[in-house]
Design a protein around this ligand. Structure first.
Ligand SMILES: [Zn+2]
Length: 194
């Protein structure tokens, strides 16, 4: 059995969609990758966002659906298409360039070369510092903040009459979907599956 989960920022609607066959393990794995500079995924968009936005304790992680392991990535992609998560950087299923590059980078010969390079490059204090400053500067620009607010507003406006049909049997307002994942009914249903 595999499950699809989301990670949501408590203070905004930024979400990440993922899937796993071991939820608890994956949860620890995400938390660890946020803070462990030696993790190969330390610089992923999700973890950078977590570090810059209050840390792991400002995020919730819930199971939202379950499926057979063989359908795991199709299912995950379905939810990515549905939620359009802001914190994912790759597709789960189906071809695109990022996916190809992910695979390319996973080939042992490339992986080793890249991680050696990254390790050295990102360990340079000035590079690290510069990167941090660049992302802080970018995020504090009034027009970036404004754009983010606009996007959230338009999203709310467009979806105000839409509903979300949850696999647990509930039908809730689209805008309340994240709140729904914290409800006991939903949690009980997910726990009953795995
Ligand atoms: Zn539900």
């Amino acid at each position: 059995m595999a499950c699809i989960y989301i990670i949501k920022h408590k203070d905004s609607d930024n979400v990440y969609v993922g899937s796993t066959t071991d939820f608890q393990q994956r949860k620890w794995g995400h938390e660890n990758a946020c803070y462990n500079e030696n993790s190969h995924s330390y610089n992923r968009k999700l973890y950078q966002f977590v570090r810059n936005n209050g840390g792991w304790k400002r995020f919730d992680m819930w199971k939202i659906d379950c499926c057979d392991e063989e359908n795991q990535f199709q299912k995950e992609q379905e939810y990515m298409d549905k939620f359009k998560p802001s914190l994912n950087s790759n597709r789960a299923y189906g071809f695109d360039r990022e996916e190809y590059m992910k695979e390319y980078n996973l080939r042992p010969e490339n992986k080793e070369r890249k991680s050696e390079y990254d390790k050295i490059y990102y360990a340079i204090p000035e590079v690290k510092e510069k990167k941090k400053i660049r992302s802080q500067e970018y995020n504090s620009k009034p027009e970036v903040k404004e754009k983010k607010r606009d996007r959230a507003r338009i999203d709310r406006e467009e979806n105000k009459d839409n509903y979300y049909e949850c696999p647990c049997g509930s039908v809730v307002k689209w805008l309340n979907r994240f709140k729904h994942f914290t409800m006991q009914k939903h949690i009980n249903y997910m726990n009953s599956l795995s």
